[in-house]
Ligand binder design. Structure first.
Ligand SMILES: Cc1cc2nc3c(=O)[nH]c(=O)nc-3n(C[C@H](O)[C@H](O)[C@H](O)COP(=O)(O)OP(=O)(O)OC[C@H]3O[C@@H](n4cnc5c(N)ncnc54)[C@H](O)[C@@H]3O)c2cc1C
Length: 365
């Protein structure tokens, strides 16, 4: 399934502004997405999913984001947590958690930005897992995580063992003793995403909850899928703004050429991303992956700016109800989504130029 069905599309269109500006429908958003079966995209049929190439999940993220970035982002959070399980060697944990993540009964919250930043030397890990006579205990914080549904969630987090100095990845259920969810963050937009902080106070954590013993192995392997679905978010937003821009632009307008050129760029971006992802090319080419992720932000930002120019003063008139203001707030999220633009630029400066820029013509697949 690459597109959202008509019922879901109609609900998202009617609720898009509320999902951005109000937190009350956050649980409903997850339930509605689950009811339309989206979380099985690109999950093997043998594991309870709908199957399909990895790019089907990206296409779905784009299709959702075209209606509401909050919806696309909740899809990303749930699907990223599912991806953590698909890549975990802990088969007992996978058997226990995967079905309820796929049907949305449990919300998946990837609280990994702190770990991703710390592996890049941009931050310290804020969670520690210490061995004790009874097993181990988790202490610390996750400053940000999305999809922390009060009805039940599992968070994927990294914690460092101070004895070994090595970070591992754990699944932490909301009902474990000592897990505290903060209040919803007072966000500029995307408010129906159950985004808050987590605090861990002596949370007993056995090996049963270990997703992977080595964060430094696990996170780079997870990265192509996580970042590719993020690319889908910006692509969907860009498409929505370009549709709006075209609707308000007469054929002879000076803007028509720019809109057409950006439409071509967006579709070229999609072809490159999907071919590179499905061919497994991005795993061995972090520079190309980071380039694509960086370009996604530019694509969405440029499209929203074209929509503004096409609408003129109507864009600034809240009573016109064009959806522009929401898309402008949605676009403001993309540069700070981990890996943020600052982090991507830092990584790309370390890696140096790509030996080959990805495009459908030069991918070896
Ligand atoms: C709506 C929303 C939902 C989110 N959901 C999640 C989620 O589900 N999971 C998750 O893990 N995270 C989540 N986050 C966190 C998100 O990924 C952060 O925005 C991200 O970690 C960016 O961190 P930052 O604020 O340091 O910004 P950055 O863009 O990384 O940095 C901002 C500025 O701070 C400076 N800076 C950064 N680090 C340092 C440093 N070490 N020393 C000196 N200067 C520094 C840089 O110069 C830069 O200019 C969410 C955030 C938002 C807003």
């Amino acid at each position: 399934m690459n597109q959202v069905d008509d019922t879901l599309a109609a609900w998202l269109d009617s609720q898009a502004d509320a999902l951005d500006s109000d937190h009350t429908q956050a649980d409903q958003l997850l339930a509605t997405l689950a009811a339309s079966g989206v979380f099985g995209a690109a999950v093997p049929v043998a594991q309870g999913g709908a199957g399909g190439a990895a790019s089907t999940a990206v296409a779905l993220a784009a299709a959702l984001a075209e209606h509401s970035l909050a919806a696309g982002f909740v899809f990303w959070a749930q699907r990223a947590t599912i991806e953590c399980l698909l890549r975990s060697p802990n088969h007992d944990l996978v058997r226990k958690l995967l079905p309820s993540l796929l049907n949305g009964a449990t919300a998946g919250a990837p609280g990994l930005s702190n770990a991703i930043r710390s592996l890049s030397g941009l931050d310290q890990l804020h969670a520690q897992c210490t061995s004790t006579a009874e097993g181990s205990v988790l202490n610390g914080t996750v400053p940000w995580a999305t999809n922390l549904c009060r009805g039940g969630f599992v968070a994927a987090i990294a914690a460092i063992n101070p004895a070994s100095g090595s970070p591992a990845i754990f699944a932490v259920p909301n009902d474990a003793a000592g897990v505290w969810r903060g209040d919803d963050q007072d966000l500029l937009g995307l408010r129906a995403t159950n985004t808050a902080s987590l605090r861990f106070e002596n949370v007993p954590l056995t090996e049963h909850w270990l997703l992977h013993p080595h964060a430094k192995v696990f996170l780079p392997a997870l990265r192509p899928m996580m970042l590719a679905i993020q690319c889908g978010l910006g692509l969907g937003l860009a498409r929505a703004s370009l549709v709006a821009a075209r609707r308000h632009t007469p054929g002879q307008s000076v803007l028509a050429f720019e809109i057409g050129a950006l439409e071509d760029t967006a579709e070229e971006f999609w072809r490159t991303l999907s071919v590179a992802l499905d061919g497994g090319w991005l795993e061995a080419n972090p520079t190309a992956l980071f380039d694509l992720r960086l370009n996604m932000v530019g694509l969405a930002t440029s499209a929203v700016q074209l929509e503004l120019q096409a609408l003129g003063a109507r864009a600034y008139d809240r009573s016109a109800g064009s959806g522009f203001a929401r898309r402008m707030r949605e676009a403001a999220f993309l540069p700070i989504l981990t890996p943020s633009l600052v982090q991507l630029k830092t990584e790309l400066a370390k890696l140096g130029p790509a030996s080959v820029s990805p495009s459908p013509d030069n991918l070896p697949i």
